[in-house]
Design a protein around this ligand. Structure first.
Ligand code: SF4
Ligand code: SF4
Length: 192
């Protein structure tokens, strides 16, 4: 049959020569390529012992920030979940009780806050949608797990550790917030 692309190649099954039958030239050719690569600069790194330098605005694992007094900033308004195109965020809101002022900054807080890292596409729209500067993506890479359920990150993994605060100043660019993009996403989701 006539080929449409004209790129077909007719394979001829010819007898193998003596040198082809003993495979020695092919083995030597393979060794030559292996030895050549031994002296080339390595393209791989010994992760996780060695880590590549990544951009300060890299969009990796999320953090739920605390304020300067250590109280959780999130007020469970749900805007991040609405903005999320992958529907990766879920939460349950609760009312702050008396005496919990140091734990939660506002009267309403997220009792449960979960992000499914398998659904997340690390677009950063949740960060842009948050009016409380509570959620940020960081330069941390989501580690591998063996079970799917372990990729659903709850507050235990998301809320900032008071003893190792995460600097997000490079991500705080208020004049870059694209409200038009967020409202377009919300509009599309509500009309579907
Ligand atoms: S980064 Fe994007 S996909 Fe991931 S949780 Fe935030 S909005 Fe959703
Ligand atoms: S992270 Fe921000 S947008 Fe999301 S629920 Fe909390 S306060 Fe609202």
């Amino acid at each position: 049959m006539q080929s449409l692309t004209n790129r077909s190649k007719v394979v001829v099954k010819k007898e193998m020569s003596f040198s082809e039958r003993i495979y020695l030239p092919a083995i030597l050719g393979g060794l030559r390529i292996t030895i050549k690569h031994l002296f080339k600069k390595k393209a791989t790194i010994q992760y996780p012992e060695v880590k590549r330098e990544i951009a300060s605005v890299y969009r990796g694992q999320h953090v739920l920030k605390r304020d300067e007094n250590g109280a959780e900033r999130c007020t469970a308004c749900g805007l991040c979940a609405v903005a999320c195109p992958a529907e990766a965020i879920t939460m349950t809101a609760a009312e702050r009780n008396k005496g919990e002022e140091k734990l939660y900054r506002e009267e309403k807080y997220a009792k449960v806050y979960e992000i499914n890292m398998l659904r997340c596409i690390f677009c950063g729209l949740c960060e842009e949608a948050c009016p409380k500067e509570a959620i940020f993506l960081t330069d941390r890479i989501v580690p591998t797990e063996f079970k799917r359920g372990e990729f659903v990150y709850g507050k235990d993994k998301l809320v900032e550790d008071l003893n190792s605060r995460i600097d997000v100043t490079k991500r705080q660019t208020p004049d870059v917030i694209d409200f038009k993009k967020i409202s377009n996403v919300q509009h599309n989701r509500l009309s579907n």
